[in-house]
Design a protein around this ligand. Sequence first.
Ligand code: ZN
Length: 228
Amino acid sequence: MDHPAHMPAAAAPVFRECSECGYLSSEPAFADTATACPLCHRTDGERRAFPPDRQRRLDERIRAYHVQGEWEIVVILGAALLEALLEDILDRIMAAHGADIAVRGTVLDNVRAIGTRIGRLFPQLTGTEFEDAADKLGYRDFPKRWRELRSQRNAFIHDTPYRDIQEGLDKDIAAETLALLDQAYELFVSLNNEFVADALKGRKRKSDLTPTPHMGAADEDPPGTVAP
Ligand SMILES: [Zn+2]
């Protein structure tokens, strides 16, 4: 492998989300709503955990399979989780720009291929190439390594004549999957803060927000919640 061995994290990192602007932070103090959001300066609302529980449970299972040496399962599930994390970010970016659930669902349904989501949808939504955004945030190799991982996963899982066949997914590819997963949380949180939180902060003053999946639907608000 052309990059140093990666010691996988014990678990996915925990971030907290500002319910007002969508800003995500791993600062322990940010879990307390008394700590002002650095972006919108709110000191109330909820500080929901990110990634959400169901993704955290999947992440835990992937790491458990890694301990058991189930390399192929680690790669296939890990690659699926990476794609789900990207889909969530794309969804959040669209929501931050005012797209409602129907529009977001239609766009994501029409652009199923991960390569097109990265190569076309991301730049259309953000005005910047995914590679450049990753580079700017300190993850220059991430797009290329992720592409290699998808290609190895595809070569293993598909039986198509135009692809090289990959007979197995070994320990090194599994370790690479976890390395990418560990980076992906940090990278996607940085993308969120750049392309979601900033946009939401600007929009919020003018109109009501369409909640993103992570921000929760209106009916999840506790009864009696009163706007300040
Ligand atoms: Zn905020």
